[in-house]
Design a protein around this ligand. Structure first.
Ligand code: CMP
Length: 151
């Protein structure tokens, strides 16, 4: 089993889409093992998006990400990183495949509703940024015949 970090970005909460986004994760068989609501500050933006701090879009993106609260989720499942990325679709909603969260619901490349870690290494780093070890929960799903078990 693999874990990955998901952020339901400020536009997800502002537009009342958090429940629908979480439902898509759960429908895919991903298990929520950590969850919290927080307001990202600039220090957290610089840490989480350290690979992007020198990009021309960073200032605008960070202003948006700090504008309103977000939801941080740690989710677990088979190939969870790729599973979340497939559900999200391409970063730019205009280029995202139909049926993905971003294609169906997002407004533009900045207001693209959801962040998912792009590799298992990034997932470990990002989960560590948002969650203390004690905030992560190990538990078994009682009965979930719909959980995806294929490769
Ligand atoms: P995310 O998956 O959170 O990772 C980095 C974010 O930067 C990305 O989603 C986009 O929201 C944002 N981003 C990437 N490229 C651009 C761009 N060209 N213009 C504005 N925002 C961008």
């Amino acid at each position: 089993m693999e874990r990955t970090l998901v952020l339901v970005k400020p536009d997800g909460l502002q537009r009342g889409l958090a429940g629908r986004i979480i439902a898509r994760l759960e429908d895919r068989g991903l298990k929520i093992v950590g969850a919290k609501m927080l307001r990202m500050d600039m220090e957290l933006a610089r840490t989480h998006y350290s690979a992007h701090v020198d990009k021309p879009f960073f200032a605008g993106m960070a202003a948006f990400m700090t504008s309103s609260p977000l939801l941080a989720l740690a989710v677990e499942g088979k190939q969870a990183v790729d599973a979340v990325r497939a559900l999200m679709g391409a970063t730019d909603p205009q280029k995202a495949a139909p049926g993905t969260i971003r294609a169906d619901l997002a407004q533009d490349i900045e207001r693209n509703l959801i962040h998912g870690s792009d590799s298992p290494e990034a997932a470990a780093r990002e989960i560590g940024i948002f969650f203390e070890a004690a905030e992560m929960h190990d538990y078994a799903l009682q009965s979930a015949p719909w959980v995806v078990t294929g490769s």
